[in-house]
Design a protein around this ligand. Sequence first.
Ligand SMILES: [Zn+2]
Length: 751
Amino acid sequence: MVFKCQQDSFMREFQSRVLVCEKVSDPNLKNDGDRYEVILEDTILFPEGGGQPCDFGFLNDIPVKQVVRRADKAVHYVEKPLSVGDTVKQTINWERRFDHMQQHSGQHLITAIVDREFKIPTTSWWLGEEVSQIEIESPSFSQEQIQKVEDICNELIRSGKNVTVNARSARGLPNDHVGDIRVINIEDVDNNMCCGTHVSNLSQLQVIKLLHTEKSKRKGNTLLYFLVGNRVLKRLTNCLKNEQQLTVLLKCNPSDHANLVEKLQKNVKSLNKNLQTVLKELASYEADKLKKLVPQPKYYFLHKKEADPDFMNTFIREIANTDIFLFLSVGDEKTTGNIVLYGPERAVGDLGNQISEVLEGKGSGKGNKYQAKVNKMANRKKAEQISGMPSPKAFHVPRGVSKERKDAILNKLSKGIPFNTHTFWQDLPVSQTENDTCVAPPVTQKKEDEAEVGGLEDYMEYHRYLKEVVNALESDPDFRKKLEKADEHEIKSGKIAEELEFVSHHVRTRLDEIKRVELERLKQLMEQKKKLEQPNNSIDEDPLHNHLDHSNPHTFEIEDLKKLIAKTTEDLAEADKLRKEEFKQYELEKEYKKQEKLNHTNGEERATLEKQMKEMEEKHKKHERLHEPGHKAQLEEVWEEQDQMQQDFDPKTFFMLHDIDGNGLWDQEEVKALFIKELDKMYEEMERMRESVYKYMDRNHDGFIDFDEFIYQTKTNEFKEDHGWKALDEQKPYTDEELAEYIRQHHANNK
Ligand SMILES: [Zn+2]
């Protein structure tokens, strides 16, 4: 039958009776909602066919999204059932239909012109959602041919040729053909059999734009793409939008877009090439820096955000030393990147998979090298620790300082350094010549007998016991956490000792053993003492050995820990007090000598001396302002003048630079060394400055500033402020009475 839509393709509404409504359960239905098949007496909704997709619309208010042809019937698929016999109102999605009419009639026209002008027949066509195409029997179709067809088509559209449908019955048609033959006639141009819906005049096509050609899958055929009517406008709107965006981005006229993009691409290429060269040079430079370290470190970590795996390979080639464990990484600081481990075969083999697991990556290794792609670069610090970063406090690996620097420290600072720590500086290895390298021991080697940091042993004879107890306790992860969280009061009052109850059995056993060894040491000490002392001397019950609980010689209990904490705190405070006292004496002596000098001169000489002193004093006052120690302004000065760094202040680099022995901690001497520059101005300030820095940086009061403590401080607002520093001139460590008493005593002694 000929449907209503074919008789009158411009009908947008129609009434028709329901003939059939059946429930279906075809799982291959396109839309989930197509649950009922409805056949009506007639329909304005076109059923898919002849290359034209079906119409969308409504039966009453029920949407139709699929209409198919079955024999001579159109089957509508709907969500809800309709009553057979009822008359329903059909409405059509006209926009979609009219678009299909434009494309379909346009196709007839293009096909007719291609055939007429070039004798090339069309074998099939496709109405796509955005672009349509015809397939023509020709291996190619030139730009000139395209232009000619487009021109003729548009000329015909302008001339407003009629399009008419002639339907007639015919005999001799194939069996599957149902109904009349429809012939679509374009006035003076074409007659074509077709079942589709068409415009009634070519002017309704508005315009035809042929786009481009493409080789068909069928050999010797070509696909020719085209747009008709509203699709041309839509495409133009999109093109203009893109063009505007490009104009904004490229900041040039649309006619220059292509040129500019070409230039940009060339630039990117050459920049990339340059970057590769620079990264290679950077790798060599970084490698040189490592090669010059004396002695050579055991571990070396390097991360470069901008670099690529080539960078790491160049670095490794330059180093060519498998004694150092290299942990190199490139890529984002937090997310994805690449790593390479290189070094002693055993260490690389042991650690490769462990490290890539921590970084949430995958990799493989062979011999001295392990490579991986990782997804969580943020865990790098954790991975570094796995790879054998020396455990804090346990030992340090001196890396050496330049002779100049060592001399400067010894000359300028020795007065300020407590006497008992002079050896630390005197013993620091000095990097001299390039031959003076020391081959690093294997990574896995234990370093139990390393020297102690900070010189505790000099004023705490029980330092080994203290160190072992702390190490044992810190091996218990829970206790360690509690210790980190505890505030100063909880530690100093010994309250933290009660947490010993929750420490694992294994750690408790270890502590018992440590105590037993310590008691044995004390016993031997007492015996030695007895031998040395005169027999008639009464034997002192050594009052100093109260760093553990002697009443219980068998196990390590809360009381032991409390006593150890109390004793340590007391001794540290005592050392601090002694230092302050030494300092005061030094200042008093200076002032005393000054006055003595004045007292032993007369007349003109005295006047000159007084004048000189006054000048000195003035000069001192005019001195460059001292910065608040450990705050940004002060550290920046060190960074620029002492470290000679050209780039902006970088806290990470700064920490590493001033961790002179490279043990991952700033010990007291290293912090003092930060003030060489300040002390050029007034070296006496150093101890007070050190104290001040510890006060606000050493958050867990363990006498060390670790990496986290430092970085934490650099992020506070306080860090950015600089309240200045009150120099000793303005703030004497002694009172006038104390000075008078000092002078009096000296005079008494001299008599
Ligand atoms: Zn057709």
